[in-house]
Design a protein. Sequence first.
Length: 161
Amino acid sequence: MDNPPPSGRSGHIFQISLSAGGVPKFCQHQADVSYSGLVGDRHRDMQSHGGPERALCLYSLERILALQLEGHPIFPGAIGENLTIAGLEWSLLVPGARLRLGKHVLTELTRYTTPCSNIAPFFLRENISRVSQKTYPTWSRLYARILQPGLIVVGDQVEMI
């Protein structure tokens, strides 16, 4: 019996990234997720980043790879995402959707991110609009709030619920 084709509603954590402030964020094997986001992750500008409605920033590995093929010098963690997700159909993700990360963490997507000038070095001609929801729908990063904290590890399953 053949396995059904993937629905695009599940994937896995390809990379967990955090920093002491700013971009890029750097790879970690695992992280504790609190209601404020990844423990140890900092933001340079708390007016635009962080807080309970922007506790995590998520992006798609497949989108990063496609941007690299266009010639952009982007890589996982470069544009401030905390989680790089592989295998999840990015176009299905919208504010209000819920994702289970691993066995314990539950998130709710809150909004699309607005690209800022700090990520410009990771785009050809500093074209940050390439990840703008307004200009390129379904190519934006997404923010999420934490509904249930816990531990996540690279390779953990990510599932839309």
